[in-house]
Ligand binder design. Structure first.
Ligand code: GDP
Length: 296
């Protein structure tokens, strides 16, 4: 488990919040993720073709926000089941012309189980049938009362399709992040979580990692479950090569000996031998367990 509990206060510095967007199918998760990426990815810097690596970072008022680009409750559940806590803030998208639906309730349950703050994005506010009050009242019944009703849930009206309210939503994320005071220690070897992994014909295993604590450098040795290797090449969500990645940064790396499991925790080491030993020990244990359970 990655936490800051044993971290000396003096070593902790602010890190960008990691945000997941959840909600019922067709309520606008993908559209919102795309709109945010398109309008904010170039703040303060130019160029670069956005590529899908399962997560991206945008600049907002001189700060950064990381979005996990995996709308899908399965991914979230799978990660949590593996003990990975990747998200700091959950945005629950509710279409204002449709109201609370079964997967909206699921999203509320996920956020509650994870114990993370929720921001409700009341989407499709541009539609003639939009009814924001209905969304607020239905969400309040699920325990997410707005501030004006004595609760502490922030509601932001948006049109993911046309962009209205999206800057407000991003500023709200920064406000919540400031209150929550998300921090990490950049001056140590990195730890974090696998967001996505696949086998590429030419490059071998390609893995998207979210650095959650410490700094990841090219050349660092890594262990992820029973997989190990070295960071041979590291790129950001725009395909730019990086030498190091700070806390809350998503990066794509190559150099692992196999495809790791999404949701697994990774740990960086200065020696590849150490990483290999840990991975091999885990592999041997796993083989021994499988043998004893198949012979039983
Ligand atoms: P997801 O299943 O939650 O990822 O939903 P999508 O982002 O795929 O959106 C579902 C449909 O709703 C698409 O046809 C979108 O164009 C449309 N949509 C999403 N956001 C808005 C919005 O703010 N206004 C309107 N009018 N349509 C939207």
């Amino acid at each position: 488990q990655i936490n800051n509990e044993e971290e000396d206060e003096a070593n902790l510095v602010e890190r960008p919040p990691v945000v997941t967007i959840m909600g019922h199918v067709d309520h606008g998760k993908t559209t919102l993720l795309d709109t945010i990426r398109k309008t904010h990815v170039t703040e303060g810097e130019f160029g670069g073709i956005t590529q899908h690596i399962g997560a991206y970072q945008v600049g907002v008022n001189g700060k950064k926000v990381t979005f996990l680009d995996t709308p899908g409750h399965e991914a979230f559940t799978a990660m949590r089941a593996r003990g990975a806590q990747v998200t700091d803030i959950v945005i629950i998208v509710v279409a204002a012309d449709d109201g609370v639906m079964p997967q909206t309730k699921e999203a509320v349950d996920h956020a509650k189980a994870a114990g993370v703050p929720v921001i409700v994005a009341v989407n499709k506010i541009d539609k003639p049938g939009a009814n924001r009050d209905r969304v607020v009242s239905e969400m309040s019944e699920l325990g997410l009362m707005p501030e004006e009703w004595g609760g502490d849930t922030i509601y932001v009206d948006v049109s993911a399709k046309f962009g209205d309210g999206v800057p407000d939503l991003l500023e709200t994320i920064l406000i919540v992040a400031e209150v929550e005071n998300f921090r990490a220690n950049p001056n140590k070897m990195a730890t974090g979580t696998v967001i996505e992994a696949k086998l590429d014909k030419g490059r071998g295993p390609v893995t998207t990692l979210l650095v959650q604590n410490g700094t990841l450098h090219t050349g660092d040795a890594l262990v992820v479950g029973t997989v190990f290797g070295r960071v041979r090449k590291m790129t950001d969500d725009r395909g730019r090569e990086l030498k190091e990645a700070l806390p809350s940064m998503p990066v794509e790396i190559i150099g692992l000996n196999d495809v790791p499991v999404a949701g697994d925790i990774f740990k960086a080491f200065d020696s590849e031998k150490k990483a290999r030993n840990i991975a091999e020990e885990r592999l041997n244990k796993k083989i021994a367990q499988e043998r004893s359970s198949s012979s039983a």
